[in-house]
Design a protein around this ligand. Structure first.
Ligand code: FMN
Length: 328
């Protein structure tokens, strides 16, 4: 397994992600995942808003943007899988290269920019899923959309995915779509939240809506948005997306890269946001994500008030074995 991971690392990051996920799909089709990646799950399941999570570990948004790998990821033991970010129209994302690895620091910088095949493609994939765990769908806006069209994009995705989503994550925190993070400001999030609230009523969507937040906003801004999340009766937050601040990276080359930093250097920063959310309202449902790469960091998020934890970067570096490490 270690050799396979080392060989994959010789490939450019995006190609290696694709090769690894397709290999996983291949093993899944041959019914061999259990043989290659056995795990024992000593966790107790948790209930939230009528959903049963068989354990607290999930895969974060961005790894399976289009819903192509739901069943094979699910077979690895994750209690929940968040797919997306999806936008109404397919889009290519930013020019390559756009993923940069820093293995010795357990970090990645990415500026993918919501490359995805569009919401209609994802919905067709989701209809075919056999994964029985919880499926979250993370939604966003197309890069070319501005003003009201941007809000309409969220509503369109929401309306299309809600018959199939166990929860919906509203991504206002990707640093790689220009101005998306301005939705953290009241004048911008109010019309978005109103539109989503209306769409929820219209579609009679009773499952959770979670807002995915940026770790780069100051506490005042976060407090205002947290209060609004409660006022609009949304169900919780995901803390956090990647950070644009690169101080945590040792290499000077990394410090100048444009994009969002994930993995170990994000751990403390994402925890700070989790703490703010928890002190604002201990009862607010929180998914902790950012820099989890071992049992200790996994438990830290739970200790800080997260009900569930997601991973991305450590899955890239450690492969499926990470599931056993975190759940065993
Ligand atoms: C290559 C890459 C692509 C990502 N794409 C998305 C995305 O499409 N939507 C999203 O909400 N978060 C995305 N993220 C952020 C992750 O979901 C997660 O919030 C972040 O990486 C922190 O977790 P980690 O430290 O375990 O990687 C992406 C992260 C990476 C590394």
């Amino acid at each position: 397994m270690k050799l396979a991971l080392l060989l994959l690392r010789l490939l450019p990051p995006e190609i290696s992600h694709l090769v690894a996920l397709n290999a996983l799909n291949f093993l899944y089709k041959l019914n061999l995942i259990g043989l290659f990646f056995p795990y024992t799950d000593s966790s107790e399941s948790i209930e939230f808003k009528g959903l049963t999570f068989r354990n607290r570990l999930g895969i974060a948004a961005g790894l399976d943007k289009n819903g192509d790998f739901i069943d094979s990821l699910g077979a690895l033991g994750f209690g929940f899988i968040e797919i997306g970010t999806i936008t109404p129209l397919a889009q290519p994302g930013n020019p390559k290269p756009r993923i940069f690895r820093f293995p010795s620091q357990g970090a990645i910088v990415n500026r993918l920019g919501f490359n995805n095949k569009g919401v209609d493609y994802l919905v067709e994939k989701v209809k075919l899923r056999t994964f029985e765990g919880v499926l979250g769908i993370n939604i966003g806006a197309n890069k070319t959309s501005e003003g009201q069209k941007r809000i309409d994009d969220y509503v369109e995705c929401f309306t299309k995915v809600c018959p199939f989503a166990d929860y919906i994550a509203i991504n206002i925190s990707s640093p790689n779509t220009p101005n998306l993070r301005s939705f953290h400001l009241e004048e911008n999030f109010l019309p978005l939240f109103e539109a989503l609230s209306l769409a929820r009523k219209k579609m009679q969507y009773a499952n959770p809506i979670l807002i995915k937040l940026s770790p780069d906003e100051d506490e005042k801004i976060i407090s205002v948005i947290l209060s609004a999340i409660q006022r609009f009766e949304f169900d919780g937050v995901i803390t956090s997306n990647t950070t644009v601040k690169k101080e945590g990276l040792k290499q000077s080359t990394g410090n100048n890269l444009i994009g969002g930093l994930s993995g170990k250097p994000l751990f403390t920063k994402s925890n700070d946001l989790l703490k703010i959310a928890h002190s604002h309202d201990p009862c607010l449902f929180k998914i902790g994500v950012g820099g989890v790469d071992n049992k200790e960091s996994f438990n830290s998020k739970l200790d800080l008030g997260a009900s569930l934890v997601q991973i991305y970067t450590s899955f890239i570096y450690q492969g499926p074995q990470i599931v056993k490490k975190l759940l065993g």
